[in-house]
Each structure stands twice: as structure tokens, then as C-alpha cells.
Design a protein around this ligand. Sequence first.
Ligand code: ASP
Length: 363
Amino acid sequence: MRRRGADGGALRSLIVHGGAWQIPDTETNDHISGIHAALEHGIACLRSGAPALDVVVETIALLEDDPTFDAGRGSVLTRDGTIEMDASIMDGTYLRAGACACVRDVANPIRLARAILEDGRAVFLAGEGASRFARAVGIPACRFEDLVVEREVLRKERLESLDAYKTRMPFDGSLPPLDRPLGTIGAVCFDQAGRLAAATSTGGAPFTMAGRIGDSPVLGAGTWAEDGVGAACSTGWGEGILREILAFRAVQEIDTLTIERRRSSGGYRPAPYVAPEGLPGLTPDIAPGRVTWGPVPPGVRDTPEAKAAKRAIQAFARRINGVGGVILLGPDGNPGFAFNTPRMARGFWIEGMGLPTVEIDPA
Ligand code: ASP
């Protein structure tokens, strides 16, 4: 049986991350309070009846404005000293998506990704063309000075002095703690109508070549959402995540575990689904009715969602020596996460649990 709220809707949930890396002790409080504020904002949107797609945009936009995180203001610098931001968003109901990369002049790249999704002519815009599209849809230009923070200028100077710097190093622990900066952000939401949406935003990895694009704006790698199956955001070493298509694989793991659960509980029949008029390409397989439910109290680790996240990260580590993390929600909005970096900042809320939980593990 699917769990329902007092009004008959599905029980809503939201999971957020603020990057998987060696978060220094001096920065944990800022990460915790930033994620708290974003969750509270997202929860307020959900309570006011906003759909999952709106909730992930508003949650991510708040984190982009917080200079603690490597997204929007506070983004890391490239080798050229520029800021190049990437973002993506996916609607699990109709598999609509929007993504932007190498954007230098937008305060909230997630709003640009959302506008690309709504426009529908393209899924992925980069660089100059993405900026022109932003202006055309009324997203104002911002300056480098609006995005840059001193912390990142100093970090770039330190990284410049290293001879053999590689993009993987900030994640794998081979740099001193202060030079392992990454606070990419992600949010996954399940709303009262049973819809899933996921969004990711980043300034990328520090000190990369100009024009380098990581996993965050790439569908399947950084972000994936599919109603009735699951939705996920990745973070970590982008060059590895891109080849692992980590977010998609994590969602597939939920599906595998859900199918196993359905088999052991005597089978499952998806609800009949009728595509809304004018929306081509819909199939019954992605209908919101395709859900099963297991009563999972928050905090319990051994859920299909937690196992799916763990399996995805284990495979990522085994296959390509990957380092990173993933957050996800299952078909009924149950949360899961896993990471193999020293720390991952994350928080989640499920309707009925009271206050949201925000965690960073001890050093
Ligand atoms: N995955 C991002 C990238 O490689 C960075 C991160 O998640 O922290 O661009």
C-alpha cells in the first residue's frame, strides 16, 4: 500500500546535498546551516503545494546564492581565472529536461536550466549561446565580481603553484584539506502527486581547463529523474561520473531492488496511464501510478534506496576507481545516499518526520 498524507496525497519528501569531499572542520557549520536553510525553503514551497520541479529550482537557487557552496556565487575558478558554471534539471513525469554548461554571467544557472526545459527547443545549451538564450527569456546578466569570492581566488593561487595538479586530486584526498574544495549542490524532490524531480548545479572542479564540462549538467551522469522508479543527483570527480553515468545507474539500482521486492511479494501491476493531450512520447512505464510502498522510518539505512545508492557507489569505485557521492529518492519518495569521499554534506525531510535532518560525518 502506498503511504498517504491526511489530505490523501502522497507523503512529500526532499533530499539535498552540498558536495562530497573532505569538508574541513572550519567549513562544516556553514554547510550545515546552508543545507538547513535550503531544506526549510524547499519544505515551505512543498507545503504551499508547489510541484517537485519548482521545489528543486527554489532549493538550488537558495544554495547558489550562498557563497559556501561551489555553485553560483562561490564557484571555483578555472586555470584562466574564469568562472564557468553548469546546471541541469529533470522532470520525472514527462522526462523533460534542461541543462546549461560553461555559463559565466548568470547568478542562478538552475533558473536558466529550468527555462531551457520549459522552452523545449533544446535540452542542453552551452557558453555564449546559453547566455544569449538567458537574455532572451529575461534572465539578467551578472558580472564576474558578483560570483567570485576571495576564498576561491586564494585557492587558485595555491593550486597554480602545484606542478602535477589533476582534477581528481581534490576528491581523492591527495591535496591538503584547504585545497579540496567542492560544494556542488543537488536536490531531489517527491511531491504530493507522486512526481519526482532532480536538479544539480556547480561551478565545476577547481583549476580545470577553461571549457571543461563535468558530469553535473549531463543527464544520466549528474541528474536523473523518472516517476515510479527514482531520481538522483551525483557529486564528486566529474571525469569519472561522466563515464559511469552515475545518477542513471543509481536509479536503475533502485528499479532492480524494487523489482526484486515486487517478485518476493507476489508480483505487481502498474496502474493504467493516459498521456495528457499534446505530450508525445509518454509510455505507461513512466506513469506516476507505478509505485510500491514499504514503510521506512527516516534514519533506517537498510532500505532499497540506501542499498541502491551504496551499490551504485561501490560499482563506481570498483569499475573506474571513482570518488564521489549520490543522493536519491525512490518511487515513493524514500531517501537514500552513499559516498566514498571522506565526507558528504546532506539533509533530508519526509512529511511527518517533523524537522529535517542535516548530516556531515565526523572527520
Ligand atoms: N562533479 C562536479 C564536477 O566534476 C564537481 C562536484 O561534484 O563537486 O564538475
